[in-house]
Structure formats: C-alpha cells, structure tokens
Ligand binder design. Structure first.
Ligand code: FAD
Length: 447
C-alpha cells in the first residue's frame, strides 16, 4: 500500500458504528459516502412504535423494521461509560432532553444526532438509500449498488465503485427465536422481543418469556405489571433460585422449556408444567448481510461471521472490506471508535496489517482456542470476558489513548449493580468518585 493515501470508502449504515466510522475515516483524509436506509441517523436508537407483520420475525417477506427498542427502554450503561471517547455523552439542557444518568432511548438518539451534526457526518450521508448489493470486482474494488427506499424495482438504481467498504449495518434486527420441541402444534401466540413495544397486549395473560439478558430482565418486570403470570425460562438459572422471583407475586423462574403441547401446556426441564397464552422470545439476533457478495469468502455460520481478523477484516479481503460493531456484551460506542480508528489508519497506510496468511493463522488459533474451551461457535463475537483488552489492543495499534481506568471500573461496578438490583440500578449508585473522574476527563473534549 502506498503511504498516506486517501481512499474512496463506502460506509453502510448511519447508526452509532457508521457515524463514528465515517468520522474517523474522514479524520484520516478518506473520501466517504455513508449509505443509510432510514431518513435519519441513529440506527437502532430511532424508536419505531410499529411492529412487523410477523411477530416472530421469520417471514422473509415481512415489512422489516430496523429498531428493536421498546417504549420504556432506558440505557443499561451509565452515560459516562456509554459515550464515544471524543464526544462525551454529557447532560444537555433543553426542553426535550433527558438528564438522567441512564437516560431513555430518545436521549441517545439526540446524542447521536448531535454527534452527526457537530462532526459534519450528515454531509457525507445519503438518507433513505438502501444498499442492496455489494460485490467484489475483478480489479479488487467494490461495486456498491443502492436504491432509494420505497421505489420499485424498475426505477433507477445507482452503481458506484469504491476502494473499500465498511459494513456497519447493525445486528439487532433479524430475530433468532428459540427452538422448542412441539412448537408446531402449540396453539398459543409467539413473539420475539424485536417486536415488543409496550406491555398492554399481555394484559391478564400467562406469558412465558425465554431469556435472561438485559432486555429479558426489563421486559419480564414490565409485563408482570399487567399480565396474570410471567414465567421466565432461562438456561442459566441456578437450581436454588427456581420458583417465585423474590419481591414479585406473579413472576416465576424456570429452567429451559422441555416441550410444549397441543393443549397449550408448557413443560419446563425441572418438571413444572403450566398453561400459557404467549411465548415471548428474548433470545437475541442473527448477523445478517443480505447485500454482501464475497464469493463465499465471508460467511455467517451459527452466528459466527468469519473468518475475520480481530472481528473486523476477512484476511483475504483486508483491508478493503471491514466490519464495525460485531462484538456483543461490550460497551459498543467506544469499541466502534477504536475499531474505526484502526481501520481508517490502515486504509491510509499509516498502520500496517500482518500478511493474509498470518491473519488467517491468528483467526484459526482463536477458533481452536474456543473449541478447546468448549465455547459454542455462536459466541464467537461475545467479548464479555475481554472487551477492554481488545479495545486496548486496538488503541495501541491505532496509536491512541487506552481505555480510561474510571470507565472500566464504572462498567464493572454498574454491571454488578445491574445483576444484584435490576429494578433500581439505573437510579441508585455509589460510584460518585468515578463520575467525578469521568467529568474531569471529559473537560479535555468539551470546549
Ligand atoms: P444500528 O444502530 O442498528 O445501525 C445500523 C444502521 O444501518 C441502521 O441505521 C440501518 O438502517 C442501516 N442499514 C442496515 N442495512 C442497510 C442497508 N442495506 N443499506 C443502508 N443502510 C442500512 N448499547 C449501549 O451502548 N447501551 C445500551 O443501553 C443499549 N441498549 C440496547 C437495547 C436494545 C434493545 C438493543 C437492541 C440494543 C442496545 N444497545 C445498547 C446496543 C446498540 O445496538 C448499540 O448501542 C448501537 O446502537 C449499535 O449501532 P450500529 O451502528 O452497530 O447498529
């Protein structure tokens, strides 16, 4: 690669990942076009009251709604931890602003809009423009085919050539429901949390909710306010916590569902049997890149996007194809920021990558280590155990400051509070000393 070269780069998506990628790419002198299907920035943070025609989200012909947010959603991270490093997520004054430390989703959207406007990202974006195909050309460049959303197939589609493509299309839109023995004959309703907005439709019902991640915790407690009974089925529930959930009259914890039956019954592995109206799958999402054609070089196999060096570059196509924001169980905004800095620096030749063979060997070693530890493939991008090491590795490569100590500590402390007190962790805390360290740190970015 020639040193310090500017490239034509297509960024797909203007959610948090696409916004920071576009900003970092431009900082390094690249020419950037951001393609965004919706009419605004913010991606998943653009709450949509409407739901899809298929509540389970399996019908490929359904009206796809991008956002998976529910109306009452507040962040599950404190704002100091959550924000981009170069653009702290601080309280803003204004009639429609939410000053809470764990604000509602509207405030996150406002923050991302502020970021896009203050850093001029909207100037690089084409809104209402869907990328329907990204294909590798013989000369190694990429043909990006886009169309204005809502137009029919006869209308003009635009084909453009780019040196590099950065995929930032998000991964919380394509539901991955649980597989339940007997479900074909079960007469009740099923819905995935992607299509959950408000609790009212569950009034007086008996609901089985599968899952125990952040959304499952919020939604089960919210539904319990109107439902007759809520039964949580979870892989990770301990035997000594099975039964009624402390502090609630109508929430029960169970192990996984063993089977469901034509009479409406749901049998859990520990032996309990109940009759339910609805099964609500809070079971996560699939990575999905319907527009991407790489001649089989990049695949999604049991939710592993691979092979990817450091969860970003397919070795055979590096650095001309990259993915931002794939890791989960992380603090996404700063992680995307580190990833984007690294990609932008590599594309201009300031930072170099190992050879494709070396990258591939690294990926294979990673997959082998997962296998040796019996970690399922679908956890490939789960970074719960090492996100900050990963961030710091990227920071060292990109030549920027490592993750702040206060941010790590605040993240760990708030995660513990979330587990111990899911009802109150957003409004009661004891880490004032970390908040003041964060605020001191933010001064260097806030002029
Ligand atoms: P998205 O925000 O999904 O953006 C992707 C963008 O790509 C979208 O705008 C979409 O329209 C566009 N796009 C997709 N395909 C195309 C195409 N073919 N052509 C053109 N455009 C396309 N994170 C936190 O930090 N704190 C939280 O509290 C938190 N809570 C969450 C709660 C829920 C219920 C969910 C689902 C996620 C939560 N997250 C949270 C994670 C959240 O997803 C990330 O914070 C972040 O918003 C991900 O950004 P992204 O840009 O990767 O994806």
């Amino acid at each position: 690669m020639s040193p310090i070269a500017s490239k034509n780069v297509a960024v797909i998506g203007a959610g948090a990942a696409g916004l920071i990628a576009a900003h970092e790419l431009r900082q390094e002198g690249h020419k950037v076009v951001v393609f965004e299907r919706e009419n605004q920035v913010g991606g998943t943070w653009g709450y949509a009251p409407a739901t899809e025609s298929d509540p389970l989200g399996l019908d490929p012909n359904r009206n796809v709604i991008h956002s998976s947010l529910y109306a009452s959603l507040r962040t599950n991270l404190p704002r100091e931890v959550m924000g981009f490093r170069a653009y702290p997520f601080v309280e803003k004054k204004g009639a429609h602003r939410d000053p809470r430390r764990f604000p509602g989703h509207e405030e996150v959207l406002e923050y991302l809009k502020d970021f896009a406007s203050d850093f001029g990202v909207c100037e690089m974006a084409r809104f209402g423009t869907e990328v329907w195909q990204v294909g590798l050309m013989e000369n190694g460049k990429w043909k990006v085919r886009s169309r204005k959303r809502g137009e029919n197939d006869d209308q003009e589609k635009l084909d453009e050539i780019f040196d590099a493509v950065v995929v930032c299309n998000g991964h919380y839109t394509e539901p991955r429901p649980a597989e339940i023995p007997g479900i074909e004959g079960w007469p009740g309703k099923q819905i995935h949390s992607h299509n959950y907005r408000v609790p009212e439709p569950f009034r007086d019902q008996v609901v089985v909710l599968i899952g125990n991640a952040a959304s499952a915790n919020d939604i089960s407690r919210e539904i319990a306010k109107v439902a007759k009974e809520v039964h949580i089925a979870s892989r990770s529930v301990q035997n000594d916590t099975l039964g009624k959930l402390a502090g609630y009259d109508n929430i029960w914890l169970h192990s996984v569902i063993e089977s469901v039956h034509g009479d409406g019954s749901v049998a859990f592995k520990e032996g309990t049997v109940i009759c339910a109206d609805t099964i609500l799958h809070c079971t996560g999402y699939k990575y999905h890149f319907p527009f991407l054609e790489t001649n089989g070089i990049v695949t999604v196999d049991d939710n592993r996007v691979g092979p990817l060096y450091k969860h970003i570059f397919p070795p055979a196509l590096a650095p001309w194809l990259s993915f931002v924001g794939l890791p989960w169980k992380v603090v996404p905004f700063p992680l995307c920021e580190f990833q984007s800095k690294w990609i932008a620096g590599i594309l201009c030749g300031r930072i170099s990558l190992p050879s494709p063979d070396q990258m591939m060997a690294n990926v294979e070693a990673f997959y082998s280590s997962m296998e040796a530890s019996s970690i399922p493939k679908r956890y490939t991008h789960n970074m719960a155990a090492y996100q900050f090491e990963y961030d710091d590795w990227l920071a060292a490569q990109a030549g920027c400051l490592l993750t702040e100590e206060w941010r790590k500590q605040m993240y760990f402390e708030s995660s513990m509070r979330k587990r111990a007190r899911p009802e109150t962790y957003r409004d009661q805390w004891e880490d004032e000393h970390l908040i003041s360290q964060a605020r001191d740190d933010f001064l260097k970015y806030l002029s």
